[in-house]
Design a protein around this ligand. Sequence first.
Ligand code: SAH
Ligand code: MG
Length: 189
Amino acid sequence: MLEIEEYAKKYNIPIMQKDGIEFLIDFIKENNIKNILEIGTAIGYSAIKMANVSDDIRITSIERDENRYKEAVKNISKFNLNDRVKLINDDAFNVELSEDFDLIFIDAAKAQNIKFFQKFSNNLKENGFIITDNLNFHGLVNSEEKLSRNLRQLIRKIKNYIDFLKENNQYETIFYNIGDGISISRKRG
Ligand code: SAH
Ligand code: MG
């Protein structure tokens, strides 16, 4: 695991922060989550952490970047998780899944969160959860700092997503100021 963390640091790969991943793992334990869909594998760090919670957890994880996907394949093999973690190398918007999941973890392109939510909520079980990472975006979402135009647009989209979650009556969402900002949305039964 340390090796993966060091690789991520070296190549600037935005894996989950320590307290964020611990929070996610505890949530998976407490809620008896078994089937997980992850949007944004990167090099497999969070997928491995989640899979290691229990032997009967299954994960499907999507990554569009080929190099990261390949690195993830290696890492998943090292941890002997091939039979429980299925990796897909494609843009998530091209992926159609027929299966339903207990948990959908959105951790990909931050400007696309609403679209990911809308597309994949079709693959959520009744009373399932959608968890989203990086809602603080390194503290920039609520900062007064002068930002570039691109960054301002991205921050606006993250704020739009937060409003979208707050206004979505089909889900009950709680926001946690943990890691880089995490939301948990529970589908109302
Ligand atoms: N969940 C990982 C980190 C993911 S980083 C961990 O914590 O270990 C976000 C990743 O999402 C990046 O590698 C990026 O290439 C990928 N990504 C962004 N948009 C995507 C899309 N539309 N489809 C698939 N992957 C995407
Ligand atoms: Mg993240």
